[in-house]
Design a protein around this ligand. Structure first.
Ligand SMILES: Cc1cc2nc3c(=O)[nH]c(=O)nc-3n(C[C@H](O)[C@H](O)[C@H](O)COP(=O)(O)OP(=O)(O)OC[C@H]3O[C@@H](n4cnc5c(N)ncnc54)[C@H](O)[C@@H]3O)c2cc1C
Length: 309
């Protein structure tokens, strides 16, 4: 569909940035232009902006840190909404203690603030670069835990239904997924309410630092989207990629990390298509050698030339 850009300019004024390179808004540092980008600084802005876009039937995508998406070099033919709603409230006086976060809050920041208030449960997220909304959408987790273990409910906007509270049960979490991700539902997470366990500042901080140190020793820093594939039942995607002889494989400027083969790293000049070539190569080779179909953990956005695998 063609986007009524003049109408959007009239509606959003200077808030609408046109023709924005997504490489600047993703942790992989790849991705072509979005037709438009609007930053959301408050939950009311999120409510009003999405209502307007829905009423005009304009395609849009809400993103947090862009750390779990691979945007095509051709870009995104719609409006990207960039979530900057990041307020956090921690209540240590209720039982169990409660943690409230707007969906654009940074996970790592949330985990650190919780630990510093003597709360346990979110330490695994101490250095995960995503947002709370992205974490709920994909049930982010690490080191044996995930957000579904803490989540009580979300406040959500549903197309055609308005604002609703959805419980953790409603979200039907599974490994690195939720019903929102599995069914690509048109649901926007405004905020999340979580529960934590009472601990001490020292104990929670120690756990958080131990996990962060482990991560630093085993995962590459720099531009990437984190783990590319989900771990298949009883195995690790990184182990399979390495056993298939692909660890360190480079296509153009993208490479299966020599430190952790499930990470694809960008030396600064990679294209999304180079990422995709590595992805398809791993899927094909691992299937041929071990009979295992690797499933993407990251989400592909936009149009890719998918025939060069
Ligand atoms: C170095 C590195 C390490 C990582 N380590 C981990 C890890 O240990 N464990 C792990 O699980 N993940 C990890 N990740 C992946 C990523 O950080 C998480 O999945 C994160 O929760 C995604 O959040 P995001 O804001 O970046 O989502 P985005 O990439 O911005 O979006 C991902 C999807 O979520 C949707 N979404 C985002 N916000 C909302 C919202 N408010 N409402 C509805 N839908 C929304 C988007 O539309 C999109 O479909 C890592 C990534 C990197 C780069």
């Amino acid at each position: 569909m063609s986007i009524p850009i003049r109408k959007l300019q009239a509606l959003f004024g200077a808030r609408l940035q046109e023709n924005v390179r997504m490489a600047n808004y993703t942790t992989s540092r790849v991705g072509g232009p979005a037709l438009g980008l609007i930053a959301l600084n408050t939950l009311d802005e999120m409510r009003e902006t999405t209502a307007a876009l829905w009423s005009l039937d304009i395609p849009f995508k809400l993103i947090g840190s862009g750390s779990n998406i691979l945007v095509s070099d051709k870009g995104y033919p719609g409006i990207i909404l960039l979530n900057h709603c990041h307020n956090i409230r921690i209540n240590t006086h209720q039982d169990p203690p409660g943690v409230y976060a707007e969906s654009g809050a940074n996970l790592s920041n949330l985990a650190r603030q919780s630990a510093l208030r003597g709360l346990s449960g979110l330490e695994w997220a101490g250095s995960v670069p995503g947002s709370v909304g992205g974490a709920v959408y994909g049930n982010a987790g690490a080191f044996g835990s995930d957000i579904s273990k803490s989540l009580v409910s979300i406040q959500a906007l549903l197309r055609g239904e308005g604002e609703k509270t959805l419980s953790a049960e409603d979200l039907q979490f599974s490994y690195r997924s939720s019903i929102l991700k599995r069914e690509r539902r048109k649901v926007l997470i405004l905020s999340a309410t979580m529960k934590a366990a009472q601990s001490t500042r020292e104990a929670a901080w120690k756990t958080l630092m131990e996990i962060s140190d482990k991560r630093q020793a085993t995962q590459p820093t720099g531009a990437s989207t984190g783990s590319t594939f989900k771990n298949p039942p009883g195995d690790h995607a990184g182990r399979l990629i390495e056993a298939a002889g692909l660890k360190g494989l480079q296509v153009g400027h993208a490479q299966f990390s020599t430190l952790h083969a499930n990470f694809i790293v960008n030396d600064g000049n990679s294209s999304a298509q180079e990422y995709l070539t590595l992805i398809r190569t791993a899927q094909k080779t691992v299937k041929e050698k071990f009979g295992v179909q690797l499933q993407l953990e990251i989400e592909l956005i936009g149009e890719f030339d998918d025939d060069d695998a």
